[in-house]
Design a protein around this ligand. Structure first.
Ligand code: DGT
Ligand code: CA
Ligand code: CA
Length: 571
């Protein structure tokens, strides 16, 4: 693992902070800070100096001990003394260092005098005014501390990809008002992760300082955290952090690759490079001093003996091996989708009529949709009893007859009851074109019970699709405990398909489960579960998740023609 001087300096500074919090000898603390400064400023890679056998003690401020620590860090990537010290000190105290106004000395005072060990302790002491009694702690500082705690809390918050997208589109539009050579959002956003921590934007331009000046004037900014010559960080009104960076055009591909991540993917790529005697970083691929690639990502991959890998696959979950074996998937695309097999109407808890949903889907260019209102147990959703179900089927048939250019399939989202039986009679199920089954209550059964419940439901011969299989709601509800492998094996046996539910807070199956399903030969349907005609476009989020799950067109049943789909809906 290559390590930069900046990373080494950071470790020494962190170590100095911890020593200071601990109340160690100030001379010792200063020695590490000096060493950090030296490391930052030598202008030559310490890693290379160590490789060349250079005597590090010749560097200012580096004695025998420090030279050994540098060697340790360069060879292992770790500073064991720092790791050990971290064990000793409550992690919250370290976290407090990121609060503006709190340095190691003040944190030590808080710990010693008021026994503050957690953020909660700190907040209470700040709010009660207790902190004011300490020497050097005035009202302005207390306000700063309270604000810092709030910011830290928010930092733990991740944004749904769909939420981030709204901001991204607006922000990119704004940035394009000035002349840019390249502009791209990298990071987890580009990898289409279900949630993103922050946005990492990469841009190049003739005059980058102008880009930064323009960027920090974006109207939706709440706070400009920093604005340097090649880099700026801001917080948007919704608390989403955005990092904007620039590199030279000739490094653009390398920087895009580096900042797209994931970190694990980058590390794996870097390892390959090292085996080839190359060095990869955000500036290029180098053989010695010579840059051999870096303008495009394709070039970077080629230089380390790989083909281009789609961002959604860059998680170090086998993509590098697959590429080498010529087995990378050709990922499904939004344009491959020919219909949507899960949506609700006013017959249950939807907001639009069958006709309105069909017309909206036709606008999207779909060949077919399935109307899948809820069954009776879901009383809050005005679920259908047998009589109303039959009535709706009749309606669907009539409207399908009337509307040209799209086929409306009669379906239903049937509740799986606690004992695994279905909330609708076979008499009704036998008349439907597609039957979705789903769990909507009793999410907390044991893994064994929950798995059995679903497997029991699969035994009903009319079941086609398991909707939102784990029931998770991002940030709100944990997934049910399930033996997914057993469920997928049974699904394969019975020709039942899994849903990738495209609702931004569901995205269920997850990427990992989707990959597992694919590997086990289970097909999936990407469905929006729309409750009004405006959410039919959620399909994009489902496709993102499918792509992260390595799915190809062939793995997804609603990429098929109606005729082929109907075959897949036979058991
Ligand atoms: P996020 O923001 O938490 O959703 O996830 P990312 O993947 O966007 O991570 P972020 O914003 O911390 O960093 C953006 C990319 O920069 C990351 O995907 C890979 C690269 N990167 C960041 N830190 C490191 C690092 O320490 N080593 C390597 N190799 N790459 C890094
Ligand atoms: Ca990020
Ligand atoms: Ca970032």
């Amino acid at each position: 693992m290559a390590i930069t001087n900046a990373e080494i300096a950071k470790m020494f500074n962190e170590y100095a902070d911890l020593l200071e919090i601990k109340g160690e000898n100030p001379f010792k603390v200063r020695a590490y800070r000096n060493a950090a400064r030296t490391v930052e400023n030598i202008g030559k890679s310490l890693e290379e100096l160590v490789k060349e056998g250079y005597d590090l003690t010749k560097l200012p401020g580096i004695g025998t001990d420090l030279s050994l620590y540098i060697k340790e860090i360069v060879t292992t990537g770790k500073f064991s003394k720092l790791e050990a010290l971290k064990e000793e000190i409550p992690p919250s105290l370290v976290e407090m260092l990121s609060i503006e106004g709190l340095g190691p000395k003040r944190i030590r005072t808080l710990y010693e005098k008021l026994h503050i060990q957690s953020m909660e302790d700190l907040r209470r002491a700040a709010e009660s005014g207790e902190i004011l009694k300490l020497p050097g702690f005035g009202p302005t500082l207390v306000q700063k501390i309270l604000k810092g705690i709030r910011l830290l809390k928010k930092a733990g918050h991740r944004f749904k990809w769909s939420e981030a997208k709204e901001y991204v589109e607006d922000l990119l539009g704004y940035l394009r008002q000035i002349e840019l050579t390249y502009l791209e959002v990298a990071g987890s956003y580009r990898r289409k992760k279900e949630t993103v921590g922050d946005l990492d934007i990469l841009a190049t331009a003739k005059d980058f300082s102008e880009v930064i000046r323009h960027f920090v004037k974006y109207p939706k900014i709440k706070e400009v955290v920093s604005a340097g010559s090649t880099r700026s960080t801001v917080i948007l009104n919704n608390d989403l952090q955005v990092d904007l960076r620039s590199v030279e055009d000739e490094s653009y591909g390398s920087a895009l690759h580096y900042f797209t991540g994931s970190k694990d993917h980058n590390i794996a790529v870097r390892k390959l490079a090292i085996e080839l005697g190359l060095k990869v970083n955000e500036y290029g691929v180098f053989r010695g001093e010579e840059r051999i690639a870096g303008k495009t990502e394709e070039e970077v991959y080629k230089a380390v003996g790989l083909c281009y890998i789609e961002p959604e696959l860059r998680e170090n979950r086998g993509e590098i091996e697959a590429c080498k074996a010529g087995k990378l998937p050709k990922l499904v695309e939004l344009g491959d989708i020919r219909g949507d097999l899960h949506m609700h109407t006013r017959y249950s808890d939807g907001k639009n009529s069958i006709e309105e949903m069909a017309m909206a889907a036709k606008e999207l260019g779909y060949d077919y949709i399935a109307i899948t209102d809820h069954s009776q147990r879901l009383t809050v959703a005005k679920g259908l009893d047998e009589k109303r179900a039959l009535e709706e089927i009749e309606q669907i048939r009539r409207i399908d007859e009337k509307i040209d250019g799209i086929t409306i399939l009669a379906g239903m989202e049937v509740d799986i009851l606690e004992d695994g039986s279905l909330d609708m009679s076979d008499k009704v199920l036998s008349q439907l074109d597609v039957v979705l089954v789903a769990v909507h209550y009793k999410f907390n059964l044991s893994k064994e019970q929950q798995t059995k419940r679903i497997l029991k439901a699969f035994e009903n011969p009319y079941v086609n699709i398991l909707a939102h299989p784990t029931g998770r709601m991002i940030g709100m509800r944990e997934p049910m405990e399930l033996d997914m492998e057993r469920i997928l094996a049974k699904a394969k046996e019975y020709n039942i398909h899994m849903e990738i539910n495209a609702q931004p807070e569901r995205l269920d199956l997850t990427d990992i489960h989707a990959k597992m399903a694919k590997e086990m030969g289970v097909k999936m349907a990407i469905n929006t579960d729309s409750h009004n005609l405006f959410s039919l476009h959620y399909m994009e989020y489902g496709v993102n998740q499918a792509r992260r799950g390595w799915c190809e067109k062939i793995d997804i049943i609603n990429t098929r023609s109606l005729k082929e789909l109907k075959k897949l809906l036979q058991r």
